[in-house]
Design a protein. Structure first.
Length: 453
């Protein structure tokens, strides 16, 4: 590849913040809120025009379960977001805790309120462009790009909530990408979409579209051979607003969110796929979808997996199977091991779906495992924390810890930890996220109603 040497020049610098959070998805929103709540001057940098990531820009139509089948375990700021949105969606039963639909537009406002009520500042439409270090494990400066051009920001602590561990990786931290083969073997992406003008009565009383239902129309659609862009039977859907159904459907393979070329092609393919789903459902489920139309496709691709940092601890499958607790855990997680299949194992009929379903691992009622603080601390970096789907874990465990409820909880912990590190530094300590007083952090999180049994 050819190279180009950037000419030396000066750009504006803002060093007025204590904590900078990069990425405004679920983890980033709660990280910024918790940091500001706990007294740190906080800036949240987000590449799109809204907060929420997968639940807003990517149109994921439902929350993964908030309960361990007995009680809510994603509490604190996570539960606040969850209950605030439910209150804005009157068709959702107030007691429903699992697979609750998401109205993306309403959720955008909830996240805005979450972050701004504590005084954090937000920069939308601002892309991380470069990470500058001191060469000894400290991130000195973040370079961003927006309509003002290139700008520089400095803060004592950085919280990486990019989902792809961009800050940590660009700063030189070790990471895994998939299973580290040349092909990476990343989980497939999904381009979510929304269909409007759906007959709600027919949708609610007709066959469930999910592949777990042997009578789902998806199997007839695939068997017909008429809709080649519909690749498999993955089909989750929820009523997200009146006469409006959100879809998390189909897979797009060989998509790596760290490679913009693959994302660009996937977005083109995904929009065509959404049109084909509409046409197929109109033909094979006309009572509900004959007059439906594609109301919206995701502005973001639904990404399940990219980088995972190498932290001070790596959650293993053994930890997951043992429902392990940790002295330094900062939240709990009960989501099942949900690894979406590679293209060669895509399920197109009921037998293939059952075969894939047999690879999933579920907890029983009341069961969960801990997320240690050490998984948020990338080795080799002293002032960076990572929260979200790129924490330190084995690839198979990432299939569980990648979803929005636990990301919300991890973000709150990272934000509180960042604020604590800054406060300690103002009292004379040296900032080192690896040496944080985790007992003090856990006390703070419990006081904020985080579930730490």
């Amino acid at each position: 590849m050819k190279t180009y040497d950037l000419p030396s020049r000066s750009i504006s610098l803002d060093d007025s913040y204590d904590v900078i959070v990069v990425g405004g998805g679920p983890a980033g929103a709660t990280a910024a809120a918790a940091s500001a709540r706990d007294g740190a001057r906080t800036l949240l940098i987000e590449s799109t025009g809204c907060l929420g990531g997968m639940g807003t820009s990517a149109l994921v139509p439902a929350w993964c379960p908030f309960s361990d089948k007995e009680k809510v375990i994603y509490k604190g700021l996570a539960e606040w977001v969850f209950t605030q949105l439910k209150a804005k969606m009157p068709h959702v039963p107030s007691r429903q805790l699992d697979w609750v639909p998401i109205d993306a537009e309403k959720l955008k406002v909830v996240y805005d309120d979450l972050v701004t009520q504590y005084g954090a500042k937000v920069l939308f439409n601002t892309l991380l462009a470069s990470v500058e270090t001191d060469g000894h494990g400290k991130v000195e400066t973040l370079i961003v790009a927006n309509k003002s051009g290139l700008r520089a920001f400095k803060a004592p602590v950085i919280v990486d909530c990019t989902g792809d561990a961009d800050v940590a990786a660009w700063a030189g931290a070790k990471f895994h990408l998939g299973d580290d083969t040349p092909e990476a073997n990343l989980m497939p992406a999904t381009h979510c979409f929304v269909l409007g003008n759906v007959d709600e009565y027919a949708y609610n009383t007709g066959p469930n579209l999910h592949a777990a239902n042997p009578n789902s129309p998806i199997f007839k659609i695939i068997a017909s051979g008429k809709y080649p862009r519909i690749p498999d039977a993955h089909l989750c859907s929820n009523i997200v607003a009146p006469r409006t159904v959100g879809f998390n459907a189909g897979h797009l393979w060989n998509v790596d969110n760290t490679k913009p070329e693959t994302i660009s092609q996937a977005l083109i393919d995904g929009r065509k796929m959404a049109e084909e789903y509409r046409d197929a459902l109109a033909e094979f489920y006309p009572s509900a979808f004959a007059n439906a139309f594609v109301a919206q496709t995701g502005a973001l691709m639904g990404i399940r997996e990219t980088r995972r940092i190498v932290g001070d601890y790596t959650i293993t499958m053994e930890d997951y199977a043992a429902r392990r607790a940790f002295d330094d855990e900062i939240c709990r997680n009960s989501y099942f091991i949900d690894v979406h299949p590679g293209v060669k194992k895509a399920f197109k009929d009921m037998s293939e779906f059952k075969s894939w379903e047999g690879t999933t691992i579920h907890y029983g009622p009341g069961e969960s495992h801990g997320i240690p603080y050490r998984t948020l601390a990338p080795q080799g970096l002293s002032n960076v924390l990572v929260a979200g789907r790129s924490i330190s874990c084995e690839q198979i465990v990432q299939g569980s810890v990648r979803v929005m409820p636990v990301c919300l909880s991890m973000g709150e912990a990272a934000g509180a930890a960042a604020a604590q590190a800054v406060a300690a530094a103002k009292a004379g300590a040296t900032i080192d996220v690896h040496a944080l007083d985790v007992a003090k952090l856990r006390t703070r999180l419990r006081a904020a109603d985080v579930y730490l049994p």
